[in-house]
Design a binder for this molecule. Structure first.
Ligand code: ADP
Ligand code: MG
Length: 710
C-alpha cells in the first residue's frame, strides 16, 4: 500500500494541502471536522481527526488510504448520510451540521449523487426504474422522468438496456446504471465510494472515464479508491491514514477534456427545480410497492391466502347469521294463527316422546284457567277449544317411519325414509297446500314436496301408500305405560291415500308425513292396544291477547313451553348461535393470526430490504417516503387478501350451500351487498395496522448502517 502511494506521489508535482482556495467555484468546504462513533455507552471510537479540505467544481478527487482509515466515514458525512460530527461541512451553500433531517433529505436528493462499490441497484426494478427512482421521489412527470433517465443512460452507454433487470447486467454495466442514477437529479457533487472496487481493470477504466467526463463537465467528483491506476488519472489525490489527512496533491498532468456530445451538461434540467420540491406521490409509492410485491409474489400470495381464510369465514359467518335470521322469520310466518297456543313439554331432547297423560292435561288446563281468572280474562279452556297433536322426529331412531310404494309398478315396493311424523296442526289450511285437498280424521295423508322425487313424473295425489311406523325400542312404545309385553320393532302400518302436498318453508325439503291426530290415534290403538297420548296440545283462543296471556303464563312454568314454533325457533336460534359463534371465533382467530403473519412478513421484508432502504435514503427519500412505500405495500396486501378472501368466501358459501341442501334440504344463507365491502375494509384495516410498525421501523433505519450491511 505504502509503495503504491509513493508511486502516486511521483506523478504529483505540487502540494496544495495548504492552498485555501478562495475562488467562487469552491463547492465543498470541510472545516475542523471530527467524527466519533459510539461503540458502547461509554466508549467512543474516533474515526476522523480535524479534517480540513476545500473542493472545487470540476475536480476529480481520489481519496486513498488503508482499509479502516476513515474514507467511507468522510464520504458519508459529505453525502449527508451521517450528520453526527463536530466542525463544519459547507456543501452547495448549505451548512450540513445545521440542517434538519428533512433538509438533509432534500440535500441528498438534489445536491449529491452516490455511487457505491456494490452498485446497490434495486433488483426488482428495471434499469430505467432504478434511474428514475430519484425523480420518482421528487414526483416528476412520467414522460419527463423517462426522457431524462434515457438521456443519462445513453450517456453511460446503456440506452439499449432500459428494460433489463440489474441481474441481467455485468458489473461494469451495473455501475454505469448507478452513475446514471447518481446524476439524474443534476447534483453538484458526486460521491463514489470505491466505485471500481468490484470491477476488473478494463471496466474500471471505462467507469473512470465516465467519472472524468462528469468532472470535466464542471461537477465535483470525489471517489474513494484503492487502485493506484485509478488515482493516477484523477486531478487530485488525498491520502487519509487513521482518520487524518496525511497528503493532498494536485495532479499537474491532469487534462481537462471538452465535454462531448452527450455530456451531462446538456441534460441539466434547471427548469424542473420547482417540481423537485415535491415529494413521492402516493401513486408512485403504490407503483413501487406493486413492483416489490411482484418480485416476491409467492410469499405475498401465500400471505394473502392466509388472510383470505379469515376473511372468507367472516363472510360465511355473516351470510349464515343473517340467513338463519331470515329463515326463522319465514318459519314463524308459516305458523301464523295468532289465536292458537301450542303447548308441549319442555325437554332436553328435541320433540321427543314427552306425551301428556289425561291427568296432566287436566291439571294444566286448570292451572291456565285459574291464571286467566286471576287476570280477569273472560276465557276458559274447555274440551271444545282443545285439540291434540303427536309430532315426532322419525329419523333419530326411537321411532322410524317409511313411505312404501311400488313406484315403478313391478310388484316390488320402493321405500323412502320419512324424517318427521306430524299430526296436522289446527292452523293448517288450504293455503298451505301446493296441490290436493286437506286430509281429515276420516282418512288421507299429506306429504311435503320432498316426495316428488320419489314418485318421479307422476303426481303423487290420489296414490294409496303405506306408511310403516316402527317402534325400535319397546319401552318407548308407550312411555306412559310399563307394558313390557309390547315387542321391539312393533309396526304400525298406515294405509292411506295421498290427498295433498303441503308447503311449509321449514320442512319442505324433508320428507314429512302429516296425518290427522284422530286418524293416527285409531291406527295406534288398534295395534298397540292403548290410546295414543299427545305431545302437543292446541288451544284455540278468542283473541291474540288471550294467546299472549296464556303464553305469558306458560313462560313462567319450567315443565311446559308455549308453542311448538317457539321451541322450533329456539332450536334454530340455538343452532345458529352455536355455529355463528364458532365461526366468529374461528374468523377472529384467523384474522388475528393473519395480522401477526402480515406483521412478521412485513418485518422480514424490512430486514430483507435494508439495503434498498439505505439506497432510497441516499437518494433523498424522507422517512415519510419510506413509510409511505411500506404502508402502501401493506395496503395492497390487505386489498389483495380481501379480494382473495372474497373469492374464497364465494367458494366456501357454494360448498356449504351444496352440502346443506343435499343433507338437510335447505341452506340458511343470505348474502347482503355490503358484506364484500365490510370484508375488504376489515382486511385492509388489519393489514395497514399490522404494517404500521414495520413501516416505521423501516423509516427509522440508519442509512449508513443499512448500506454497510452485506
Ligand atoms: P474505510 O476507510 O475503510 O472506508 P471507514 O470509514 O468505514 O473506513 O471506517 C473508519 C473506522 O471507523 C474503522 O476503524 C471502523 O471500524 C470504524 N467504524 C466505522 N463505522 C463504525 C460504526 N458504526 N461504529 C463504530 N466504529 C465504526
Ligand atoms: Mg470504506
Amino acid at each position: 500500500m505504502k509503495k503504491e502511494i509513493k508511486e502516486i506521489d511521483a506523478v504529483q508535482t505540487e502540494n496544495i494541502a495548504d492552498d485555501k482556495a478562495k475562488d467562487n467555484d469552491v463547492v465543498l468546504e470541510i472545516k475542523h471536522v471530527n467524527k466519533k462513533y459510539k461503540v458502547t455507552n461509554k466508549e467512543y471510537f474516533q474515526a476522523l481527526y480535524d479534517i480540513n479540505i476545500n473542493f472545487k467544481n470540476g475536480e476529480l478527487v481520489s481519496i486513498v488510504g488503508e482499509s479502516g482509515s476513515g474514507k467511507s466515514t468522510l464520504m458519508n458525512l459529505i453525502g449527508g448520510l451521517d450528520s453526527e460530527f463536530t466542525g463544519q461541512i459547507i456543501a452547495g451553500g448549505e451548512d450540513l451540521g445545521t440542517l434538519t433531517d428533512k433538509q438533509l433529505d432534500k440535500y441528498r436528493k438534489d445536491k449529491v449523487g452516490f455511487v457505491f462499490q456494490s452498485f446497490n441497484l434495486i433488483s426488482h426494478l428495471s434499469i430505467l426504474d432504478n434511474v428514475t427512482l430519484a425523480l420518482t421521489l421528487s414526483n416528476v412527470s412520467e414522460k419527463e422522468k423517462v426522457e431524462r433517465a434515457t438521456k443519462m443512460l445513453k450517456m453511460v452507454g446503456l440506452e439499449s438496456q432500459l428494460k433489463k433487470k440489474p441481474t441481467q447486467l455485468s458489473g461494469g454495466q451495473k455501475q454505469r446504471v448507478a452513475i446514471a442514477r447518481a446524476l439524474i437529479n443534476n447534483p453538484e457533487i458526486i460521491i463514489a465510494d470505491e466505485p471500481t472496487g468490484a470491477l476488473d481493470t478494463t471496466t474500471s477504466m471505462q467507469i473512470l472515464k465516465i467519472l472524468k467526463e462528469i468532472a470535466d463537465s464542471g461537477k465535483l467528483v470525489i471517489m474513494v479508491t484503492h487502485s493506484e491506476k485509478v488515482a493516477s488519472v484523477s486531478s487530485r489525490v488525498i491520502e487519509i491514514s487513521d482518520g487524518r489527512i496525511i497528503s493532498d496533491h494536485k495532479n499537474k498532468n491532469y487534462k481537462k477534456e471538452k465535454p462531448q456530445e452527450n455530456a451531462i451538461k446538456e441534460s441539466e434540467p434547471k427548469k424542473e427545480d420547482k417540481k423537485l420540491k415535491q415529494n413521492l406521490s402516493l401513486w408512485s409509492a403504490i407503483r413501487l410497492s406493486i413492483h416489490n410485491m411482484w418480485a416476491s409474489k409467492t410469499k405475498n400470495f401465500l400471505m394473502a391466502f392466509g388472510v383470505a381464510i379469515g376473511i372468507g369465514s367472516l363472510i360465511l359467518m355473516l351470510c349464515f347469521s343473517s340467513g338463519i335470521t331470515d329463515y326463522i322469520g319465514a318459519t314463524m310466518k308459516s305458523y301464523s294463527d295468532p289465536t292458537i297456543v301450542t303447548i308441549s313439554k319442555r325437554s332436553e331432547k328435541l320433540m321427543s316422546f314427552n306425551t301428556f297423560t289425561d291427568e296432566e292435561i287436566d291439571n294444566l288446563t286448570n292451572d291456565i284457567n285459574t291464571y286467566l281468572t286471576s287476570q280477569n280474562i273472560e276465557y276458559q279452556i274447555t274440551d271444545e277449544n282443545v285439540s291434540y297433536g303427536f309430532n315426532v322426529i322419525t329419523m333419530f331412531g326411537q321411532l322410524t317411519a317409511n313411505l312404501i310404494y311400488d313406484v315403478n309398478g313391478d310388484g316390488e315396493d320402493e321405500t323412502m325414509p320419512i324424517y318427521y311424523l306430524y299430526t296436522t296442526p289446527p292452523y293448517y289450511t288450504e293455503q298451505n297446500l301446493i296441490e290436493g285437498e286437506m286430509s281429515t280424521a276420516d282418512g288421507g295423508i299429506m306429504l311435503t314436496p320432498a316426495v316428488y322425487e320419489f314418485f318421479g313424473e307422476e303426481s303423487p295425489i290420489g296414490k294409496k301408500v303405506e306408511i310403516s311406523i316402527f317402534y325400535n325400542d319397546a319401552s318407548l312404545g308407550n312411555p306412559n305405560s310399563n307394558d313390557t309385553e309390547i315387542s321391539a320393532k312393533t309396526t304400525i302400518p298406515i294405509d292411506e291415500e295421498i290427498t295433498a302436498i303441503v308447503d311449509t318453508s321449514v320442512m319442505s325439503g324433508f320428507p314429512v308425513v302429516y296425518i290427522d291426530y284422530n286418524l293416527l290415534a285409531s291406527y295406534y290403538e288398534r295395534i298397540m292396544g292403548s290410546p295414543l297420548t299427545p305431545n302437543s296440545i292446541y288451544v284455540k283462543t278468542d283473541s291474540e291477547e288471550i294467546t299472549n296471556a296464556i303464553n305469558q303464563y306458560l313462560s313462567t312454568r319450567d315443565d311446559v313451553t308455549g308453542s311448538i314454533e317457539e321451541s322450533l325457533a329456539n332450536m334454530f336460534t340455538e343452532m345458529a348461535n352455536i355455529i355463528g359463534t364458532s365461526l366468529t371465533v374461528i374468523s377472529l382467530i384467523s384474522l388475528l393470526v393473519s395480522a401477526i403473519m402480515i406483521l412478521v412478513v412485513m418485518y422480514m421484508s424490512v430486514s430483507e430490504r435494508t439495503k434498498e432502504i439505505g439506497v432510497l435514503k441516499s437518494i433523498g427519500a424522507r422517512k415519510k417516503d419510506i413509510r409511505r412505500i411500506f404502508s402502501s405495500e401493506s395496503f395492497l396486501v390487505g386489498l389483495l387478501s380481501g379480494i382473495c378472501g372474497l373469492v374464497f368466501a364465494g367458494i366456501l358459501i357454494l360448498i356449504v350451500y351444496i352440502v346443506l341442501t343435499t343433507l338437510v334440504g335447505f341452506a340458511p344463507l343470505s348474502f347482503k351487498w355490503y358484506y364484500p365491502f365490510i370484508a375488504l375494509g376489515i382486511s385492509i384495516v388489519i393489514s395497514v395496522l399490522s404494517g404500521l410498525y414495520p413501516a416505521s421501523k423501516a423509516a427509522k433505519l440508519d442509512p449508513v448502517e443499512s448500506l454497510r450491511r452485506e
